[in-house]
Design a protein around this ligand. Structure first.
Ligand code: ADP
Ligand code: ADP
Ligand code: ZN
Ligand code: ZN
Length: 837
């Protein structure tokens, strides 16, 4: 109940009139200011289009106009929200998950600015060795020349190639490519043939070669030039060499290590760099011991530790250590000034860490690099920073802040949101989590369905009165008395036994995962679920199946230091039953508008074939390639087939604006002259999946099947050409799932999903679960990392990790059927599950 529901009159309100952004249908809505307003609706209904695309975009536009009149023209191009009017709008701050854009060098400490405070503490109040002069704050930062260790340039690691890293399988012969680090194709054969000439045996298993031979082959600094006899049996080649013959050409030998190091340092192609980086192992820099700083800085301590050590501690422990420290008594007497400074900075640090801890982030260390954080963790970090900024009269717009949070942590999140509001701000959130929806002062429900079938405000008012709104899908879940009858859990067909699993906070864990059923791995944020499932298990199964773990997405920021060490542990039993592994995650399916729904799923290939087969295309001699916007002949020359041009704004992130030549069509006039059943290729890309299914019918069975699966996972509202950049994580995930579903796998596939319900309305979750249950019915295994209690209750088996986060987690607290876990007293999940069952 909401005792004092905010009225629109009391605090004033934000009034939106005639919003038409994306699928919004001339939306008029009033929402109170200084309130927690939650936007709900199924995925694709238009929540983001209203909260971010209209309210936030309009606030931004006004802000830009006020600060930079000259930028107005660019902003107009980049897209002013399609709305008649928005009144009563305060300045807005968006905390959105989709926007990544964090660099490898940014860390938890720099993002929260806690590192600045810590450096100040060490600079002003640290214990210096006798005779050492005081250092500036800068000298404690590995990102400044004043601070960085000169040997490793502040990275803390050095890279090298070892026999084990370059020759992963010593049972192979050199001819069988024992030296995996060698370049592929011709170059690799060239090195092999040189070794033949030099008299090395390339046909015995690597491990049977004398160590001195192995060392020379891998590590020599010599670069001998010898004749190469191609495709010649070794004995003949050597005989010819002995006779002084010239061979096919002269080849230069380079040791594998030299090749790897040189290529890594000098290659301009990211792909080649990535390839050779696999053969590098990192070890702590011998000069700074991994501390990343100059010796002088590491010699300064506070609370008995240097700043590098302090930055590696989980924040919660760091706060404890700092609080307990205090300068030594005689020191304090001698320098009351120092004591005062220390006290003030320590107090500030501890308060800020407490806020982060409240948001379930106390297990993170300051030196944790931001690219390794989940989007949910990153957003909560930003939220904590905002709580500290103590702004007043701002509207905060957030995107599913509960993502990645265990129900036990949601209460703290709600307290944080309440703090922002009571500080005199408006808090607008797009959310699916029922506990957050219930806590709202005001609810805006959009729908009824996705895309064309959505875009209307079904309800705007206090949550309890949503009860009367029969058109709303949210209502069905918000007021459901119980979760309905439960399935009888399936029996495992076999068990996958993992032993000694080691990754991050998971240390030497043994665990059994049932096969042929659906399993949920649960636990608070930071418990080690992803470390166990998405990292260690996925890698071990991948190695077992002989497939490389998927490379990071194109355009991902990448550094050798981010490649983690191979997971420790082994698959002790059961792995032989798994014939394939599919990881369905929420990572974007591409970072540029060049990849889209149609290209990713492969259905565009069928469409292009249809176009190339039309009489008009044949007359013009247009091949399939002509209809790709990645091929120069067919595409618009101005935007090179992107449909957009990138507009750089001074001091602001660059934005995409529609191409002035093709207006987004992506193709040139000639290509657009070809039509299939009346539509040109750009018009086809503009069709929604639903419309395309009707348009193409059963013309091409594979195409029909691809479209049908997309509709089954609830994506019928997406356009075929919808750029990857416009897709939410949840949409990307369902596209991946649909792409998998149409493959109709044989054998036994293990499907691994990390928080598949993120971004999904409970109604979408039900749909997803039907698909996943279907996979289990077809004989496969599904393994989920999940927080959604309805999903957990619907699984056959639950593995609850914890008990806490970071060092306090990494173990299995309890496991069993959902009923057994609910009945057990152990772990944080049991109580919540018991309430539902
Ligand atoms: P929700 O937030 O409820 O999931 P969105 O507001 O993201 O929904 O999307 C509403 C509709 O607008 C969907 O049909 C979606 O495909 C479409 N859409 C979203 N972003 C864009 C965009 N940048 N350009 C065109 N259409 C978009
Ligand atoms: P969960 O999935 O349960 O939220 P994680 O497996 O992501 O937990 O994290 C478990 C622990 O491992 C946490 O202490 C986290 O900070 C740490 N961790 C996770 N990923 C990394 C990484 N890439 N580098 C360093 N530490 C990590
Ligand atoms: Zn160093
Ligand atoms: Zn163009």
């Amino acid at each position: 109940s909401t005792p004092s529901a905010p009225s629109l009159e009391d605090n004033g309100c934000v009034r939106v009139r005639g919003a038409r952004e994306h699928n919004l249908k001339q939306v008029n809505v009033d929402v109170p200011r200084d309130a927690l307003v939650v936007f709900t609706g199924v995925s694709g209904s238009g929540k983001s289009s209203l909260a971010f695309g209209t309210v936030y975009a309009e606030a931004q536009r006004r802000y830009f106009e006020s600060v930079a009149p000259y930028a107005r023209r660019l902003i107009e191009q980049a897209g002013v929200p399609d709305v008649d009017a928005v009144d009563g709008l305060p300045p807005a701050v968006a905390l959105q998950q989709r926007r990544g854009g964090s660099s490898a060098r940014s860390s938890v400490g720099s993002l929260t600015t806690l590192s600045n405070a810590l450096r100040m503490l060490y600079s002003r109040a640290g214990d210096y060795p006798a005779g050492q002069a005081m250092l500036e704050s800068d000298a404690f930062s590995p990102n400044t020349p004043a601070g960085a260790c000169p040997a490793c340039h502040g990275i803390g690691k050095v890279f090298d190639a070892t026999e084990a890293s370059m020759v992963p399988d010593p049972s192979l012969t050199i001819r069988e490519r024992a030296i995996a680090a060698w370049p592929p194709a011709w170059q690799g054969k060239n090195y092999r043939d040189i070794l033949v000439t030099l008299g090395y045996d390339v046909d015995v298993p690597w491990r049977d070669l004398p160590q001195s031979d192995r060392d020379w082959i891998l590590f020599t600094k010599e670069q001998p030039v010898v004749p190469v006899f191609r495709d010649t049996p070794p004995a003949e080649a050597r005989a010819a060499y002995a006779r002084g013959e010239a061979g096919n050409y002269k080849g230069t030998y380079v040791s594998a290590r030299e090749y790897v190091m040189h290529t890594f340092a000098n290659a301009t192609s990211e792909n080649i760099k990535k390839r050779v980086s696999r053969y590098l192992v990192s070890s702590p820099c011998p000069t700074c011991g991994g501390g990343r700083l100059r010796r002088e800085a590491l010699a300064v301590t506070f609370a008995g530790m240097d700043i590098a050590t302090a930055s590696q501690l989980p924040m919660r422990q760091l706060a404890e250590r700092l609080r307990d420290a205090g300068p030594a008594a005689d020191e304090a007497r001698a320098h009351p000034q120092t004591r005062l400074v220390a006290e003030r900075i320590v107090q500030d640090l501890c308060e800020r860490i407490a806020t982060l801890d409240d948001l379930g982030l106390g297990y993170l260390s300051l030196d944790r690099s931001t690219p390794t954080l989940s989007p949910g963790e990153l957003q909560r970090l930003r939220l904590a920073t905002q709580l500290r900024a103590k702004l007043f009269g701002v509207v905060y717009v957030l995107d599913e802040p509960s993502a990645g949070l265990h129900p036990a942590d949601t209460e703290a999140l709600l307290r944080a949101l309440a703090r922002l509001r009571s500080g005199g701000n408006s808090v607008f959130v797009v959310e699916h989590e029922l506990d957050v929806i219930r806590a709202a002062d005001w609810l805006v429900d959009i729908g009824p369905d996705a895309g064309e079938q959505g875009g209307e405000v079904l309800y705007s008012g206090p949550p309890d009165r949503l009860r009367d709104c029969t058109a709303s899908h949210t209502r069905d879940y918000l007021f459901a008395a119980d979760a309905g009858p439960r399935r009888t859990p399936r029996e495992a067909q076999a068990w996958l036994r993992l032993e000694g699993i080691t990754r991050n906070n998971v240390q030497g864990l043994d665990v059994d995962v049932p096969l042929g059923v659906m399993t949920a791995v649960t636990g608070v944020s930071g418990a080690g679920k992803s470390s166990l499932v998405s990292q260690a298990l996925v890698e071990l199964i991948g190695t077992h199946l002989g497939v490389q773990a998927e490379a990071p997405d194109e355009g991902d920021e990448w550094a050798a230091g981010d490649t983690p060490l191979p997971a420790g542990g082994r698959l002790a039993a059961g792995a032989e039953r798994i014939t394939r592994q599919v990881v369905v995650d929420q990572r974007p399916i591409g970072r540029t508008p060049r990849s889209n729904l149609a290209t990713y799923t492969g259905l565009f290939d069928h469409v292009r074939k249809l176009f190339a087969a039309t009489p008009e295309a044949r007359r013009r001699k247009y091949s399939v390639g002509r209809f790709s916007f990645n091929v120069a002949k067919g595409r618009c020359p101005t935007c090179e087939g992107e449909g957009f041009v990138s507009v750089g704004l001074l001091f602001l992130p660059s934005v995409f604006a529609p191409c002035p030549t093709c207006h987004g069509a992506r193709y040139n006039e000639d290509t657009l002259a070809v039509r299939w059943n009346g539509k040109n290729i750009a018009e086809v890309l503009d069709l929604t999946v639903d419309a395309a299914a009707a348009f193409f019918g059963d013309e091409v069975p594979a195409l029909a099947r691809a479209l049908a699966t997309l509709r089954q996972v609830g994506l019928g509202y997406l356009r075929l050409g919808q750029p990857a950049t416009e897709l939410s994580g949840g949409e990307a995930q369902r596209i991946k799932l649909a792409t998998e579903l149409q493959r109709q796998a044989r054998g036994h596939t293990l499907y691994v999903l990390d928080e598949p319900t993120t971004g999904l309305h409970p109604a979408d979750v039900d749909r997803l679960m039907r698909q996943l249950q279907g996979l289990v019915e077809a004989g496969h295994s599904v393994l989920l990392v999940e927080h959604d209690l309805r999903v957990i209750a619907d699984c056959d088996w639950v593995i609850d990790m914890g008990p806490g986060a970071g060092d306090e987690g990494g173990r299995v607290v309890t496991q069993g059927t959902p009923g057994q876990v609910a009945a057990s007293a152990a772990g944080k999940t049991a109580g919540y599950l018991a309430r539902l069952l």
